[in-house]
Every structure is written in structure tokens, then in C-alpha cells.
Design a binder for this molecule. Structure first.
Ligand SMILES: Cc1ncc(COP(=O)(O)O)c(C=O)c1O
Length: 371
């Protein structure tokens, strides 16, 4: 893939997201190879691409199934996968109705962290005469959802293993607090948290088939936690500024860029492009919140200082202009977003650029599906 602007037709619409097929494919294959090498199942989180086409690529590369957050995403992804994990407490009558309906057709598992949630799902599953898989979401240090204590997690597993219409598949967790360079103790605590629960379950004669963890920053180090047998990274498929700045990947691993056009130059050293918060999202950089709203390719010191809905204001310092001229009105630029998952959810479509630089328009199938 050559990110040159020359091959993009003059009349290609902007702002638009362009995905390099070869970089996305490389990311899919290398994550799968890591998992195969360490005998880990890979269940990619599809919240990043929300695309049936990309999900199919991940399945064909060897994924054991797919992860989603929402019922609507699960419905969309069921067209290419019959083993879906909703790694989110799927509560609320309307959501539960959709999840149990889908479970008539494909294997659906849900991550939950409470007895209340278990009761809601058991009742709904019984009413439909189906069986739902359950992963108990356990807290390992990120402090979002997840059963907080080992004893409570064991109690919930015990309760679940006695439910007629729920099948306890195992445990899930999200190690979002572990970033590159994290001290070894953090990995140790992560491992011990899972080990203690699994030991407790074993003592009660409860066996589980799945221990699912992983995020993009921890994915390729998952072998450091011996209890994991499945991981669910999502962002790795495209990557973004957050992942680069955290040291998880390089710029060359970023498969997604936003093509924008310069529409105004109100002051010296300042340009305005046609990608604002409705294109890039307002997400700040995770590692450095003051670093601007994305990376302007070719102008490494430039800063996207402010976003309105349809305007992106960029300051380009003199140091960048020694190597490259200031863009002119009508010129196009590449921006790599801070957080690609949110950016993709703002697009109706993306353009897949193949090895011969052809652009193929593709739908973002699960875009905006929040239920
Ligand atoms: C429950 C869960 N699993 C997996 C992931 C994927 O992690 P990442 O975005 O780092 O790839 C997320 C991300 O938010 C998540 O919330």
C-alpha cells in the first residue's frame, strides 16, 4: 500500500475514511499468528471496524468467533459468524429480547457480573426455550464492570451452573489498565486474580472452558497470563494515534486514515480542513490529552488544535514548513485519528484501497447500533 495522494482521484469525496487492505490484512494475520503460536483462541472485537467484510477476513484467518458490545452488532455479525460473545452486560428488556431471539439461530454468550443480570437472562431464555452461554465478567484492575471479589465471582459461577437455560462457559475480563511498560506486578496481579477464581471453582467441582481477556495493548503479551485461553483485541485491526503513542504499534501499522480537504487558510500557519468532530470524533489522545485531535501525516509537528462539527483547525509550525510547503486551499491531507473505533462509528462507509490503489466503497454495517 502506497499512501500517496496522487493515486486518489481528484473527485474522491472528502472527508472520507480510507482503509489500506494490505495493512489491515497484515494486522489480522500477525495477531492470528501470535495466537496460534501461543495456543490462544482469538475472538476479535468487531466494535473497531463494524464491518461484515473485515469480520469475514478475521474469521477466515482463524478467529474462533467474534466479540461485540451490543445486540445490534451481534445481529449484523451473525451473517458471518455463528459463535458470538456479547462482552457487555446485555440488560434491558429490548436488548434481552433481541439477544435471546438471536440465540435461536447462533451460539450467543453474554458477559455479566451480577446475579440480577443472571436472573433476567435465565427468565428470558426460559421463556424462549433456548440456552444462553455466560461468561462471568471479573475485575482484574481496570475498575469498570466485573465482579470485584474472588468469593463473589465463585458464588456467581456456582449460581449460574445451576440454571437450566444458562450455560456457564467461563470467565472474561478486560485488562484496560495494563499498558506497554506496565510493571511486572500488574501482570502478576492480573494472573493471580484469575488463578484464585479458577482454583476456587475447581475446589467446588465447577469446570470452565473459556478464560477470555485481552485488549490491543496487552494482546501480544497475553502468554504472560497462563490462565488465558482466549483474547478479544479489537483496535489492532486498524490501529490509531492512541496505539502509536502508547508504543503498541508504529505509524506503518495504522490501516485507517481520514482524507480531508483544506477549505480555508484564515491566518498564517493555520489551515482549516473539512473533517471536524463529526468525522474524527472529539476523542483526545489517551497518552497526552493536549496533543490535538489526530496526527497530520507529513507535518509531524502540526497540531489539530480545535474541532467544530465540520471544521478541523490545524496549526502548522515553521519547523514543518522547512521540509514541506504549507498546503493550499483545495489540497488534500491525511489525518490518522486518535481513536479509530469512534471515528469509524461516525461513517456510513469506508473506502478500501487495494494493492493497485483502487478504492472500493464498503458499508460500515454496524454503524450506530447502540442497543
Ligand atoms: C470488553 C472489551 N473487550 C475487548 C476490548 C478490545 O480492546 P481494544 O480496544 O484495546 O482492542 C474492549 C475495548 O473496549 C472491551 O471493552
Amino acid at each position: 500500500m502506497n499512501w500517496t495522494l496522487e493515486t486518489i482521484p481528484d473527485d474522491h469525496p472528502t472527508p472520507s475514511v480510507i482503509i489500506s487492505e494490505s495493512i489491515a490484512e497484515k494486522n489480522i494475520r500477525s495477531m492470528q499468528a501470535y495466537c496460534d503460536q501461543h495456543r490462544l483462541k482469538l475472538r476479535p472485537h468487531t466494535k473497531t471496524h463494524k464491518s461484515i467484510w473485515m469480520a469475514e477476513r478475521q474469521m477466515r484467518a482463524g478467529a474462533c468467533g467474534l466479540t461485540v458490545a451490543k445486540a445490534g452488532e451481534a445481529e449484523v455479525m451473525s451473517s458471518v459468524c455463528d459463535d458470538i460473545l456479547i462482552a457487555y452486560p446485555a440488560m434491558g428488556a429490548s436488548r434481552i429480547a433481541r439477544v435471546t431471539e438471536l440465540a435461536k439461530r447462533v451460539r450467543v454468550s453474554v458477559g455479566i457480573d451480577s446475579r440480577d443480570a443472571a436472573e433476567h437472562l435465565q427468565n428470558a431464555a426460559a421463556a424462549k426455550g433456548i440456552c444462553l452461554g455466560i461468561l462471568v465478567d471479573v475485575e482484574v484492575g481496570f475498575h469498570r464492570t466485573g465482579v470485584a471479589s474472588c468469593e463473589s465471582a465463585i458464588r456467581l459461577c456456582e449460581y449460574l451452573s445451576n440454571q437450566k437455560n444458562l450455560y456457564l462457559r467461563g470467565l472474561m475480563c478486560f485488562p484496560g489498565h495494563i499498558l506497554p511498560g506496565a510493571p511486572d506486578e500488574r501482570w502478576l496481579e492480573y494472573e493471580q486474580a484469575l488463578g484464585a477464581i479458577l482454583d476456587g471453582l475447581k475446589a467446588k467441582g465447577i469446570s470452565v472452558e473459556t478464560v477470555s481477556g485481552g485488549s490491543t495493548p496487552t494482546a501480544r503479551e497475553s502468554h504472560r497470563n497462563r490462565y488465558l485461553n482466549e483474547i478479544r483485541p479489537g483496535t489492532y485491526v486498524y490501529n490509531d494515534v492512541n496505539e502509536v503513542r502508547l508504543g503498541v504499534c508504529d505509524w506503518d501499522d495504522c490501516a485507517a486514515r481520514v482524507l480531508v480537504t483544506v477549505v480555508s487558510m484564515p491566518e498564517s500557519n493555520k489551515i482549516v480542513v473539512d473533517g471536524g468532530s463529526k468525522t474524527l470524533s472529539s476523542d483526545r489522545n489517551a497518552a497526552n490529552p493536549d496533543a490535538g485531535f489526530g496526527f497530520v501525516v507529513g507535518y509531524p509537528s502540526a497540531k489539530i488544535t480545535r474541532l467544530s462539527e465540520e471544521h478541523g483547525e490545524i496549526h502548522i509550525p515553521d519547523i514543518d514548513l522547512e521540509a514541506k510547503a504549507l498546503p493550499k486551499i483545495g489540497d488534500r491531507l491525511w489525518i490518522i485519528p486518535n481513536h479509530i473505533c469512534v471515528c469509524i462509528n461516525l461513517q456510513n462507509q469506508f473506502y478500501l484501497q487495494d494493492s493497485e490503489n483502487r478504492l472500493v466503497e464498503m458499508p460500515v454495517n454496524a454503524r450506530g447500533l447502540l442497543v
